[in-house]
Design a protein around this ligand. Sequence first.
Ligand code: URA
Length: 435
Amino acid sequence: MRMYDLIMKKRNGGTLTEEEIGYMVSEYTADRIPDYQMSAMMMAIYFQGMSEAETVALTMAMAHSGDMMDLHEITGVKVDKHSTGGVGDKTSIALTPMVAACGVKIAKMSGRGLGHTGGTIDKLESFEGFSTGITAEHFQRQVNEIGISIMGQTLDIAPADKKLYALRDVTATVDNMSLIASSIMSKKLASGADAIVLDVKTGSGAFMKEEADAFALAREMVTIGNKAGRKTIAVVSDMDQPLGCAVGNALEVQEAIATLKGEGPADFTELCMTLGTYMLIAGGRAKEEQEARTMLAKVIADGSAVSKLEQFVQAQGGNPAAVLDPSLLPKAAIVEDIQSPDSGYVEKIDCEEIGICSLILGGGRETKDSEIDLAVGLILHKKVGDRVEAGQALATIHANDRQKLMTAKERFLKAYHITTEEVTKKPLIKGLVTE
Ligand code: URA
């Protein structure tokens, strides 16, 4: 088999076989196909697209290119959750203890963030001492003992995707639906869970700016997951404004804790309830939505969800006292309100810009080796549709550097659009994609 022939076949609109895709992925991972040939293939796929069978074959080949996590030592159904990412997305930190408190096993691998916000691992490190650099044995034992563990990607998970994603990033071939779906799903399949609940974001702060594209991506991923024998459900949710009110690592952890105590913002709580519902159904703990919602509401009301977070933090070396007393989380030196220049209604918040404000303050990574300042970020007091008076606080900014605060504040004010007309709030949950 020659890579040249495969590139020509795809360039001319042909369909690659499973064997051809397997060859291309394994040879590329082993450095026997050069980047320039794979770049040409990615561009050919970008323009010609891939059939469902090709997308499934690419996903499986990438999933099997490295370690396949074997979770059979963990009893019961293991459910994983994945979000396509966005601003203020602290969902895993509240959702996973909620679901674990209802009896579904959470064995999850997470990454660090690059760009405008930290990832789940960065956020969890707001608990002093918390480590995700645990062994696979520790991970499995912990899930069996307390029902929840989140580990960093220490294993060699889908190395083909890692190499391909870096190549796509510099060859303008990231935003192809089949390539995104296979990239995300290859990592999820290699991580070993029996069922996967996907949170596919849409809006100005998401990969998929258009709702129709988010649904198309959700359908592709659900098809791949189900074809690979994993029960897969996707929720399409809004990312046209930040999720909840907190943006920034420790601030988001604080909001996640409040949510587990039943005191979280309505939109974020609703997202956790919705995703949790499908995790309980996928994990076989609930038969239908109302039953699942009742179970989730109960673990919040009786304190078992927040206790599960405490147990989880302690099991991974973190200080569990910070769950009951969030003032023990990292704190910024400067805390200041940002006042609204006008009276009216919040019409639009440029979501990505709010993420960039947090990045400017030091809450995200400019490069993969940058240090994150866990304490900094923003608490939004006004969201789309809210009434605001001139001089009233739109947000509170948490900073450790006055110059960075000034730059972030200037950018923040440009991201908020205030109008005199009343604005209708849009629903957070856009829909559901199952088989
Ligand atoms: N996230 C991924 O993991 N892969 C993509 O291709 C896009 C987003």
